[in-house]
Unconditional design. Sequence first.
Lengths: 256, 343
Amino acid sequence: MVTLEPLLEVRGLRKRFGHVEALRGVDFVVHPGEIVALVGDNGAGKSTLVKILSGALQADEGEILLDGAPVRIPSPPAARALGIETVYQDLALAPALGTAANLFIGREMLRRGLLGRAGFVDKSAMRDSATASLERLGVRLKDIDSPVSDLSGGQRQSVAIARAVTWARRVVIMDEPTAALGVVQTQRVVDLVRRVRDSGVAVVLVSHNMPQVLELADRIEVMRLGARAAQFRAGEVTGGDLVAAMTGATTVGGTS
Amino acid sequence: MSQTVLTEVDQTDPGGTLDVRSSRMRRLAVSSTLYIGLALLALIATFSAFSPGAFTSAYNVRTVATDASVLLVVAVGATFVIATAGIDLSVGGVLVFSGVVSVKAMDGVGGGSGAVYLGLLVALAAGLGWGIVNGLLVAKAHVPPLIATLGSLGMSMGLAQLVTDGADLRGVPGGLVDQLGLGRLFGVPWLVVIAAAVTVVGMVALNLNRFGTYTLAIGSNPVSARRAGINVDRHLIKVYATAGLLAGLAGYLNLARFATTTIAGHNTDNLQAITAVVIGGTSLFGGVATVLGTVIGVFIPAVLENGFVILGVPPFWQQTVIGAVLVIAVFLDQFKRTKNANR
């Protein structure tokens, strides 16, 4: 399987909260241009791992390698500086602001010269750039200026993903991107995730939705009790295999 | 605001474009300022029709505008605070405190021609100081804004009265009153000119500058703002500091207007400012703000009061009407939010 140098590799990551050991030496790999699903039962440590990769938490032990070089991710901005973007489950959009403003939140394009130095934003440049980004990802919105609170759930999720993809150079982590969506909206987001992968950015997909994982992922990593329980290639695995690995019915499975 | 109810299948919208309903909702959101502006125009038209000579006379227009100008300066600051889903109850106390220390300073140097500039600096510094205190309490000490600014209202008002023994100071230099308080620029009172300038700066900062974007982003969703790399604490301190600075400026303008510190006259400034901001269309729940709306929200009570006085309607009606308008404004805001959250 490992034909390419891993893009992101996690080795022996440990994280303890008081008496609870959330991560017990977890290993995890992401290869360039793949959708890797991260699955596991509640409490398996998926969220902790994702928070460490997105800079929200620090690991107690272990190392993170990006393009083979060890990196530290002390904060969310540090993760973004390394090209790792996260789409949070609760979207993290500002509902009252428009799509373009949300795409550029915290990274506003400023006007040139003195005005820019005084913090004046270049709204038309941001609008053009946002339009181009959305178009590239096939996200269609009628009015890019209307507040995102006016958008449907699927559209909001698309905006959140588009924001992450606009800035991600290496990896986009998506935490349950379709958990709150209806059927049609989910399909649209699934298509979007594929287009993200096709654009060359690796996707880490955290999901409880086994059929979706099987449909969408190129590779599946299973976590259990704070460690890697199994690795599978999509197409070589059934939902039953995944559940077995998640619950500990099988301890080692699939290819590794 | 709830973002969690997103389960509805998008049947009306399979192609991914917005349906008509949401565009209409959006227009409603944008247009609350328009409606309230039309209401103000209707009021002006009514009073003008009933009492053309008195109401529209240059003297009356000037008086209404001058009366409103000090409140407007405070309300522009309150717009930014409320846009972060915060509140600033301290403005009346900060205004009086700034006026008091400003008079003390101008008195202290003997009230020469340079004294008025010193007085301005001292008033601005005092306001800024209280604003920073508010900001630190809210952003760093995590005291809820309601309590933090209620506390600084008490402290600033109490200290002002300690300094003056509770009696108004009268040592305001005559030059300040003549030039700034009574003076005009091309027929427009200086107080109005300054309030208008503050308003324009506020509009630009809110709509064209990163300062406004950050303010709205924090008011919309502080967690997302933090994740986006915005230094939320620092920005909140800046917003409260700005509101304090403007309250200090208002304290100075107040001295120029009344030639005294008017200690007892500012107990409801905070509520008047909040009323104006909310009537104007800025959301008490944060994330939506309009400085133009605040201007309209300041003038509706001012015009009502003035018109009622001219028409001989008991002025108590003004309070009654404004109270009702305030409740309706917040109700409509809530209504809009519930509608959006349920989409």
